[in-house]
Design a binder for this molecule. Structure first.
Ligand SMILES: Nc1ncnc2c1ncn2[C@@H]1O[C@H](COP(=O)(O)OP(=O)(O)OP(=O)(O)O)[C@@H](O)[C@H]1O
Ligand SMILES: [Mg+2]
Length: 610
């Protein structure tokens, strides 16, 4: 007989505390951080004796002679970099690098000369110490991350990019010849070759172009869903308890309808006893949550939840020697920032679960660009933020590097910022007093350098950045005013025909292209849970009994699938609420009476543990 008892609040809290403890232990086992010093530890630039009057941006010992603009300048005949340039050259000389650009020398706002002998780039082995790409609008963030993605692909590292504005699809096409680009490349010693990269296009739930990415409500979990629904902390904890109740009952929820049914059941006459048993969830709060879910569904968000659920490990892919660039096309859902930013977080949390522990790596297993990151942190609950911090910290040991992309570092909470070891800061504006404060704060997050950063950050040209990375030893590299490389793929969107063709040929399209009819989802999942339970029984050692049970479960699953299909036609004619309620009551009865139920448990962000 299965455990049909309702979970009480104390037991749930205990379980949550145990899970938190396990995560913290895993965290302690993870590699320690050596991000750039927090603001408080960094000496203000103006006080350094190297910049009297703070007018020169480069130390007096930097070479004043302009470097030859052509790549030949990197030949052995060229004079070796001197002074600060030499320091920078040494600071970026990792064994294997992801190139970013070359050092610029000169006056901010005036003539600046690139020094192709001083190449600036990331240590590949330190990319799992994460990073930040920031800058005001139009300053070159997207091209920077395009260039980084290209370099990573060439290094055989798969990349995930969120393409919020639809300007990254050009990665699939070689860049056209362009004298401006050629000149830029030559000036920084970049051997520019038009290149196209292996790209997979994804979309959220099939809205817009790309292979649809969906997940189930059960996998998504209560914390992320609360963020999408805009719930307050009380409602968030109520939703968490409702999920715990469903988990305990072995009720897996595929889509929004399933969750709706569960809440409808708990607030119905049959279910209100159960609701009481959960403890801490008022019928009124349940009602509010239900309304929000209906609202979300009304916005068409039901397509993001359901089957077939995306397996995030598909993102770790290569074509020949090149890492695959997985581009999530978001233009069609641009108006739903809470939804897509939360989905990105789900992808990360899920990757954490899917990937094996790898410890220190020569190069990352995946680099994940989290664009428009400010959306993730806006209005986030304390729990939510804590989970972001934890995910970012823990995923490092899975060999995943996360780069947040945002307009200003102030968009990123300090606990997260402290973990971002690699920084590419494009120009910042200081139109308002708030901007000025943010600019000062941004300047202070950099290690000590001869630059007047507050000035330089305002004067940076498009496609220029102030950079510091983690060296292979884990120390911050010298700050470098950098001209960023030009992307070798097209900087223009690829166009619908190209995207359509790539999507049609994608193995992902065959796997995820067609949604499973949500009407029968509940039953299907129920059968799956039963099969899982039988599988678990076998794993527990009762082999023969488990085999029988599995056989039974299979048969039951088959029958249920059949009957689900039959019922579907009839059910369409029934009234919605009644049908929802019956579905839960029915499956509860089945669950309680006939099946060994395995309780679902949860991991980071309350996503389902597998
Ligand atoms: N590294 C680069 N190489 C060549 N051109 C560049 C580079 N960086 C920026 N540019 C030029 O500057 C333009 C704006 O850059 P980009 O689109 O990357 O800015 P952004 O910071 O992403 O802007 P937004 O905030 O509006 O998204 C590009 O269209 C391109 O013409
Ligand atoms: Mg952009």
């Amino acid at each position: 007989m299965p455990d049909a008892s309702t979970p009480d609040l104390a037991a749930l809290r205990e379980a949550a505390a145990a899970a938190q403890k396990a995560l913290e232990e895993a965290e302690r086992a993870a590699v320690p951080t050596t991000a750039p010093a927090p603001a408080s530890e960094v000496e203000p630039v103006r006080d350094t004796p190297e910049t009297p009057g703070a007018t020169a941006v480069v130390a007096p010992d930097a070479p004043s002679a302009p470097a030859a603009p052509a790549p030949e300048a990197t030949s052995d005949d060229a004079p070796a970099p001197q002074g600060y340039a030499a320091k920078v050259a040494a600071g970026y000389a990792a064994e294997a690098t992801l190139p970013l650009g070359a050092l610029l020398e000169g006056e901010p706002g005036g003539e600046a000369t690139p020094n192709p002998q001083v190449q600036v780039g990331f240590a590949l082995s330190m990319l799992n110490r994460h990073g930040l790409v920031a800058g005001a609008t139009g300053t070159g963030k997207t091209k920077t991350l395009q260039g980084m993605a290209e370099g990573l692909s060439l290094a055989g590292v798969p990349v995930f990019l969120a393409d919020v504005k639809g300007d990254l699809s050009g990665l699939a096409l070689p860049g056209p010849d362009n004298p401006k680009v050629a000149e830029r490349a030559a000036s920084i010693g970049q051997d520019w070759t038009p290149t196209q990269y292996p790209v997979e296009f994804y979309s959220l739930g099939g809205i817009g172009k790309g292979v649809p990415i969906r997940t189930t409500i059960t996998d998504f979990g209560p914390l992320l869903l609360s963020k999408v629904l805009g719930l307050n902390e009380t409602q968030e904890s109520s939703l968490t308890l409702i999920f715990h109740w469903a988990d305990k009952k072995g009720l897996a929820l595929l889509d929004l309808k399933d969750l709706q049914s569960v809440i409808a059941y708990l607030t119905s006459d049959e279910g209100k006893g159960e609701l009481k048993g959960i403890g801490g969830v008022s019928a009124a709060t349940a009602g509010v949550i239900l309304r929000e879910i209906v609202g979300l569904e009304g916005q068409g968000a039901d397509v993001f939840f359901g089957e077939p659920a995306f397996s995030t490990s598909d993102l770790i892919a290569a074509k020949g020697d090149l890492g695959v660039l997985s581009v999530l096309e978001l233009p069609a859902v641009q108006d739903r920032p809470q939804l897509f930013s939360t989905f990105l977080m789900w992808l990360l949390a899920d990757l954490f679960q899917e990937l094996p522990e790898v410890g220190d790596v020569d190069k990352p297993k995946l680099v994940f660009f989290f664009d428009e990151a400010h959306l993730l942190f806006a209005d986030a609950s304390k729990d939510f933020l804590q989970q972001v911090v934890q995910t970012v910290r823990l995923i490092r040991s899975k060999g995943v590097g996360v780069f947040f992309v945002t307009q200003s570092p102030k968009d990123v909470p300090s606990d997260v910022l402290a973990q971002l070891g690699n920084r590419v800061q494009h120009a910042l504006r200081a139109f308002t007093p708030d901007d000025a404060t943010a600019l000062r704060a941004a300047a202070r997050t950099f290690p000590k350098s001869p630059y007047d950063l507050e000035r330089l950050l305002q004067e940076l040209g498009t496609g220029e950045a102030v950079v510091t990375v983690l060296t292979e030893k884990g120390a911050p590299s010298p700050v470098a005013w950098t001209r960023v490389r030009a992307p070798q793929a097209s900087m223009e969107p690829a166009g619908d025909a190209v995207i359509d063709q790539i999507v049609a040929a994608s193995p992902g399209q065959a796997r995820y292209g067609t949604a499973v009819d949500a009407e029968s989802a509940f039953e299907l999942l129920q059968a799956k849970t039963q099969e899982q339970a039988a599988g678990q029984a076998a794993a527990d050692g009762s082999a023969t009994a488990a085999e029988d049970e599995r056989e039974l479960a299979r048969e039951r699953a088959r029958l249920e699938r059949e009957s689900a299909t039959r019922e579907k036609a009839e059910a369409r004619h029934k009234e919605q609420a009644a049908r929802d309620r019956n579905r839960v009551v029915g499956s509860l009865a089945r669950t309680a009476g006939t099946v060994i139920v395995r309780e679902l448990t949860r991991s980071l962000f309350g996503t389902r543990r597998r």
